[in-house]
Design a protein around this ligand. Structure first.
Ligand code: MN
Length: 550
């Protein structure tokens, strides 16, 4: 880390940020965020070096020579992700999030990118208006949802709040004016409530490790207000009281203690311990009528749940990395969530190449995401060629394509594309497609466009069975009941993606007895037959108890 710091200092030299500060302030700030997330030395060193390749004459080869393969891999991952551009096109959002995760390859690259973005947002005021808006929008649409998905509540909240005032300046100003008084009133009330709460817990035999007030982040408060007639007095968790207690049974005892003295609001008791949120979040929440009829929210959790709520996947990483605190996993081990599964893949694998392999993000196996030179994302099936790409940009581009530039190098039209390739079609003005081109494309769109162009030239192409337009794909949810075990979700998603089914989302929850879990997978499948076959295959799988499509 020290060598990385010195290296970055020398490389950036006299460079300054838009704020006028030394450039070095930025990588150091990103590194600080990752230190707070308790990340490993390679990640922190990579954060210090993350802008060196893009902004100085240093090459990735030199980084590798100086710091080794792992750090070079992380730095080049961050550099690669920096090339993704988002221009606020609605339909791009989900693709870009997916592509971001797929391209990152290693979860630590994503964490460095989040830390990078956090500091960029903190110093956004120094940039010109246009740029500010683009970056803030990208933060709100891409980065904050990814932080949320990875369960890093603290960074998600900060990113959203920082973007909020640039994207919705009027609403932000309104909110600030509206809540100032409310915040003060609530703060005073909570201060008085805290000792009463603590005494009642102790009276009921619960020893709190910590009790603190939690103010709601502004942006999530604003979202909530939109759902509650913009009436701040209806937001009961503007400031919530949060108790950290030693273990799970103390959580339920604390909930009991609260309900013994204060009547709960119906429908407001949330047991995220038994039923964690999809991102792994666990806590008990309840909203009660306190003394004097004031309505207040309480949150109860263990230290480990607290750590996970703030640091998400980074918390899992740190525990796995230290090797100690193994026991700390046990409370969540039964839970089948996206984050927990990611962690399970990481757990217990030591050999470095195997270890890196286990950090790979392979949810989107059957899709590839490539970029136009302008940074637009084109989502294609695996095996798609440069000609498929050309047709996906525009039918006329496809018709006239004579070749392509892939990552700056000239290539033939049948070149198979890879995730993250930057692709540009090379066109000739009077070119017309020939029948044999049908053989080198894999997408229906490209095939039907080629046939159309051929028909215009008076060439009828025989419609082979495989060239018939496919029926509209079926979108469905699978509910799979399984006997839970480590790595099961990964196995199941592997089975599904092998069948050329597009996985749109995957989530899981544990049943009460924790021996069985329910996995929900949203998929898009080509036809009924393929769906039936997939259901059959899943049913044959040893740990699967039942499967249905709804
Ligand atoms: Mn940066």
């Amino acid at each position: 880390m020290e060598r990385a710091f010195e290296f970055a200092k020398r490389a950036h030299g006299q460079q300054t940020r838009a704020s006028g500060e030394s450039y070095l302030v930025h990588p150091v700030a990103a590194a600080h965020t990752l230190v707070a997330l308790n990340m490993d030395a390679a990640t922190i060193a990579s954060a210090l070096l993350h802008d060196v390749v893009d902004d100085t004459t240093v090459t990735i080869k030199e980084i590798e020579k100086e710091f080794g393969k792992e750090i070079a891999f992380l730095v080049s991952g961050v550099t690669k992700l920096g090339k993704l551009k988002y221009r606020g096109v609605e339909r791009q959002v989900e693709n870009l999030r997916k592509m971001f995760l797929a391209m990152a390859e290693d979860i630590r690259v994503v964490l460095i990118k989040l830390a990078d973005r956090l500091h960029n947002m903190e110093s956004l005021e120094y940039l010109p208006e246009q740029k500010r808006h683009r970056i803030a929008l990208e933060t709100l649409d891409i980065y904050a949802p990814i932080a949320d998905r990875l369960g890093i509540g603290e960074i998600k909240g900060r990113l959203e709040d920082l973007a909020f005032k640039y994207i919705y300046p009027k609403e932000y100003a309104w909110l600030m004016g509206e809540i100032e008084e409310q915040f003060r009133v609530r703060q005073n009330y909570i201060e008085r409530l805290k000792p009463v709460f603590e005494k009642r817990l102790r009276d009921e035999g619960v020893q709190p490790l910590d009790i603190h007030a939690r103010a709601k982040h502004y942006y999530s408060l604003y979202q909530k207000l939109k759902r509650s007639d913009m009436d701040v007095s209806k937001v009961y968790d503007l400031i919530a009281l949060r108790a950290i207690v030693p273990d799970v049974s103390a959580c339920y005892a604390a909930l009991g203690a609260i309900h013994k003295y204060w009547k709960p609001l119906p429908g407001r008791i949330k047991d995220y311990i038994a039923l964690p949120k999809p991102n792994g979040y666990q806590s008990l929440h309840t909203t009660v009528f306190c003394d004097d009829g004031v309505i207040s929210e309480f949150q109860i959790r263990t230290p480990l749940m607290h750590d996970h709520a703030e640091r998400g996947i980074a918390a899992h990483w740190a525990y796995a990395e230290n090797g100690k605190n193994r026991r700390a996993f046990s409370f969540a081990d039964q839970r089948l969530t996206w984050v927990n599964q990611l962690r399970d893949w990481q757990k217990g694998v030591r050999a470095s190449s195997e270890f890196l392999e286990s950090l790979k993000i392979d949810f989107f196996k059957n899709r590839i995401f490539v970029l136009t030179p302008r940074g637009d994302v084109i989502d294609l099936p695996e095996g798609a060629t440069a000609l498929d790409f050309a047709y996906h940009v525009h039918s006329e581009v496809g018709d006239r394509a004579s070749g392509a530039k892939v990552n700056g190098r000239f290539c033939a039209l049948d070149t198979e594309l890879k995730n993250g390739d930057v692709v540009e079609a090379v066109v000739q003005a009077n070119r017309k497609p020939s029948a044999k081109l049908i053989e080198i494309v894999t997408t229906n769109l490209a095939r039907s466009q080629i046939r159309k162009a051929l028909r215009r030239q008076g060439i009828e192409t025989p419609i082979l069975a495989k060239l018939l337009p496919k029926p509209k794909p079926i979108e469905t949810h699978l509910e799979i009941t399984v006997r839970d075990r480590v790595g099961l979700l990964k196995d199941i998603s592997a089975i599904i993606s092998r069948k050329n089914v597009d996985i749109r989302s995957i989530s899981g929850e544990a049943h009460e007895d924790a021996a069985e879990s329910l996995i929900r997978v949203k998929i898009v499948v080509d036809n009924k037959k393929a769906l039936a076959q997939l259901l059959e295959d899943l049913k044959k799988f040893p740990d699967v108890k039942s499967v249905r499509s709804i």
